[in-house]
Write a protein that binds this ligand. Sequence first.
Ligand code: GDP
Ligand code: MG
Length: 572
Amino acid sequence: MGNRGMEELIPLINKLQDAFSSIGQSCHLELPQIAVVGGQSAGKSSVLENFVGRDFLPRGSGIVTRRPLILQLVNSKAEYAEFLHCKGRKFVDFDEVRLEIEAETDRLTGSNKGISPVPINLRVYSPNVLNLTLIDLPGMTKVAVGDQPVDIEYQIRDMLLQFISKESCLILAVTPANSDLANSDALKISKEVDPQGLRTIGVITKLDLMDEGTDARDILENKLLPLRRGYIGVVNRSQKDIDGRKDIKAALAAERKFFLSHPAYRHLAERMGTPYLQKTLNQQLTNHIRDTLPALRSKLQSQLLSLEKEVDEYKNFKPDDPARKTKALLQMVQQFGVDFEKRIEGSGDQVDTLELSGGARINRIFHERFPFELVKMEFDEKELRREISYAIKNIHGVRTGLFTPDMAFEAIVKKQLIKLKEPCLKCIDLVIQELINTVRQCTLKLNSYPLLREETEKIVTTYIRERESKTKDQVMLLIDIELSYINTNHEDFIGFANAQQRSAAVNKKRAMPNQVIRRGWLTINISIMKGGSKDYWFILTAESLSWYKDEEVPSGTWWTPTPASSTRASET
Ligand code: GDP
Ligand code: MG
């Protein structure tokens, strides 16, 4: 010792330890520390109390230490204790310290022997202690009692391993001398994480309780199960001493006397006993901290750097700056516009190969779905024949007609034209639905701003709905216009002469799929496949309505409603 800088090391680590404890140990730093492990009643708590020179740890039969206790010993003139969980309160009465440990343990574990890995942080200031930080851990046990879960043995093991498997942790393995060293729980678990015995310090308690004629000399001379840091023997107070309130000072004196007078240990007396153990631990922890400090520092520095970067980014971000907010908002809305246009108008970049875009779907509606809807329109042939014949007969009235009257043609054609309204409206509905789906997909990007997303969707959808009703009105109006006046002079109107000329060309088309849709309402020619083997071709032209069974269609009369076909209508 004697090196001022070195003496500051342990308090420095203590500060870090407190900081980590109060933020819930979320930090991945491994602080150098000493963990005390051993079987139940091995004497762990007794060793710690002897360091402090005070009775302050809960005692009793069974499992008493049920949460890890991080015990920071700080050399100071005044003698008192404080807990991290009630900072500012100075405990000068060490009986109260014990009560507080008990109360704090129960607070997390319940009063019936449960355990918890959340540590209690206790700091003891005293002129009798050397700077030292130790962690008192629950003793290893085999049988569950009270509220303990059946797997208590493994739970405790896990908790111990959490602490001692870190390379930065020194292990104080406490083993009672009156049991076989080979069976020591402490040494067994230490060996698992430190097989070469590099960071394990052996402590042999209860040397005074060994059977007469036996001793632990081989162990203490580090011959039996050698550890690099060796073994230190101690004699704590027996239960009788504690019950009789034997004071620790007297106990330490008795311990010293024990080693000096025992024939097997006399030669080792200077390297035995509690004061020597405390001194050794202080030195070893200090050295250990010094060794692990460079790695700790570089880890801390890299964490600091990344934290600083985060803070910087946050500073620059200035989320409350209104100018920034507006800009971000505008950018997002613009992006929405661009995305929407791309989906409807199509684009070369980032072509989706998994599904159709909004625009492509709308195209499909116009060129596949709409014709299909038209084709699907049902015509009852018998009904139609009767309607046509009635129309003709009603127009002629009492007279028998010579020619098919125009008015009959109009009445029948108009009735058929009106049927176009429904598929047209359906087509509009489908397109609207597709537009709204596209809007939804484009607003997905705004998901992190739910209000903005909702508002954007609302505005755009409302607009689309407005256009929807206008479009429907417009399309209905168009059909109504066509219904109100059939212009037989229009260039698209197929008269007898024209029809005859074109019959050959269209005849070829007939071999193609089942619908031909031409410009202008009055030249809409619809051929209907009524499924199955019975195919009817129904031809609606400006001049007449004709229908044929597939095989009956005479090629020459295809576009020429001959008197025969008209007669056929009137015949029915
Ligand atoms: P822990 O469960 O490991 O914390 O063990 P304790 O420190 O509570 O000790 C358990 C019992 O063993 C207590 O009754 C102690 O008085 C007793 N004990 C511990 N160390 C010694 C020792 O060195 N000699 C004697 N005679 N009794 C001891
Ligand atoms: Mg204990």
